[in-house]
Design a protein around this ligand. Structure first.
Ligand code: BGC
Length: 498
């Protein structure tokens, strides 16, 4: 959108809301000097709270690395063996369905794998309501099955509503379920805990693959859930399918996490299964849980502590709460509320709209950082339209600087996670590509550059050997490739891990 100095424009936010911006230039450039100075003083305080020095980053990386190592030994999360064996060969072909239950939407895809890195995808998206995220788990899976049925009827059935399947034949489905699940095999997974604000009861501690199968049966769908996968694992496989230099996949979206390929012989906790030690298996790091409960290593501010303590899962997902899209807006809102309470901001104005938790979307931080106008008209629009408050230029500059501090810290901490895997696996000298996906990575201005800058702060010049790039769609295409890989293994009699 182009903003004129005067007039109006509109923009659609990720939440689907449309914001009309009236670019009223309430000229206050000549604010009293004292006000400007106060905002600058405040900024200095937040600058020191939210800035991570290279030295501090290296300390985080070391602790992170230890956690990764330990996770491979202990039969508890994080570092979840996924039973996805090795890289795709490019020979995976055929039609596969994928259902992707992410943090915000539900997506159903039909992926036609054509081999050698080529594919076609047809998909439909369904928005999940906040109620559905908190309602009974089986109902959530029923909704997934219902959407899948609608999709299959629309895209696969003939004019008589029939699928052209041989008797007893089923369509293979990859189910991307992006929450921590402990797996004993590829088509099974016990939900360890909900993340990203989900709280559907009767689901934690249960095999979600089995729950989804029950829902598929309710809708009489001739579909076989072949693989239960995490979005990071899907991203790892899909990215490698098109770019074999990829060794790590990361998601920076509503949640955050990473996956990489490990030698089976180095996954101590599954040694007793007797799997060929030279085989490789993808590991879902579930790194969002790094430093949870103990809070020894991460630089948490008091705002982060409030975010944590007021969340539906206090103590958990400590790393994720500093980084992911679900929380960045809330962190900034808490700083604003503190300054309102201190009488620094919006004196004499009604601020109740800003006092509601999570009203300040992370998309606002992106918009604030990318505001191209000198007067920061976009920021005027955000504050007047959504919160009915007027801002001075000094305040707007302050908000933009604050967004930058919070966004930059998220990116630098993300770099620490990537650096820990790189360093553990010895990828630095040779270099590697990191497939990255998620709204924060894709839409937040400068996020990738800040991650790269962070990697150089940690590793020096060699940090340039590690390059992130926009990954292939892991939750759809990756899920299908994994379903295909699993089918190929089954066809040669390798059902589970042997
Ligand atoms: C979940 C991960 C997921 C990540 C990104 C986190 O909250 O625990 O399983 O990969 O979000 O979607």
């Amino acid at each position: 959108m182009v903003l004129s100095r005067r007039g109006s424009g509109s923009i659609t936010l990720p939440s689907g809301q449309t914001m009309t911006i009236h670019t009223r230039t309430h000229e206050e450039e000549d604010l009293p000097h004292a006000t400007k100075k106060t905002m600058a003083d405040h900024l200095r305080k937040y600058d020191s709270l939210f800035t991570l020095t290279p030295q501090r980053m290296r300390m985080v990386v070391e602790a992170f690395k230890d956690t990764l190592e330990l996770g491979l030994q202990k039969p508890q999360q994080p570092m979840i063996p996924t039973y996805v064996f090795g890289w795709p060969t490019g020979t995976e072909i055929g039609d596969f369905l994928a259902v992707d239950l992410g943090g915000t939407n539900l997506r159903v895809c039909l992926v036609n794998l054509q081999g050698e890195g080529k594919f076609e995808i047809t998909q439909a998206k369904y928005r999940l309501t906040e109620e559905q995220k908190q309602d009974d788990g089986q109902k959530l899976f029923d909704f997934c099955a219902e959407c899948l049925k609608t999709f299959v009827d629309t895209n696969l059935a003939d004019d008589n509503g029939e699928l052209s399947l041989r008797p007893g034949e089923t369509l293979p489905l990859g189910f991307t379920f992006s929450y921590p699940c402990s797996q004993e095999r590829i088509d099974h997974g016990v939900l360890i805990r909900w993340t990203k604000g989900f709280g559907a009861p009767n689901t934690e501690g249960r095999d979600v693959a089995e729950m989804f199968r029950q829902s598929l049966a309710k809708y009489k769908l001739p579909i076989a859930l072949t693989a239960l996968i995490n979005d990071t694992t899907g991203t790892l496989i899909a990215s490698h399918y098109v770019n074999p230099r990829t060794k790590i996949a990361v998601i920076f979206g509503t949640g955050c996490n990473a996956a990489y390929m490990e030698k089976v012989g180095d996954i101590e906790k599954i040694k007793s299964l007797g799997i060929d030690e030279d085989a490789e298996m993808a590991i879902n790091c579930e790194w969002g849980a790094f430093d949870s409960f103990e809070h020894e290593h991460l630089p948490r501010t008091k705002y982060d502590i409030i975010v944590d303590e007021t969340s539906n899962k206090p103590g958990e997902q400590a790393f994720e709460k500093l980084i992911s899209g679900r929380y960045l807006g809330e962190i900034l809102r808490l700083v604003i509320c503190e300054l309102i309470d201190e009488g620094v901001l919006f004196l004499g104005q009604e601020t109740y709209k800003l006092e509601i938790p999570y009203v300040f979307e992370t998309a606002f931080l992106s918009l604030m950082e990318s505001d191209p106008t000198d007067e920061l008209l976009m920021i005027i629009g955000i504050f007047t339209h959504f919160f009915a408050v007027e801002t001075t230029l000094a305040e707007r500059q302050f908000f933009r600087a604050l967004a930058k501090l919070i966004g930059r810290r998220a990116a630098r901490l993300s770099a620490c996670g990537i650096a820990a895997i790189v360093s553990k696996m010895g990828y630095l000298d040779e270099g590697c590509s990191v497939g990255a996906d998620g709204s924060l990575y894709n839409k937040y201005p400068g996020f990738a550059d800040r991650v790269h800058e962070g990697l150089q702060d940690i590793f020096g010049d060699k940090g340039k050997n590690i390059v992130t790039y926009h990954a292939e769609d892991g939750s759809g295409v990756g899920s299908a490739i994994i379903a295909a890989m699993t089918k190929l293994r089954k066809d040669v009699g390798l059902y589970n891990h042997v």
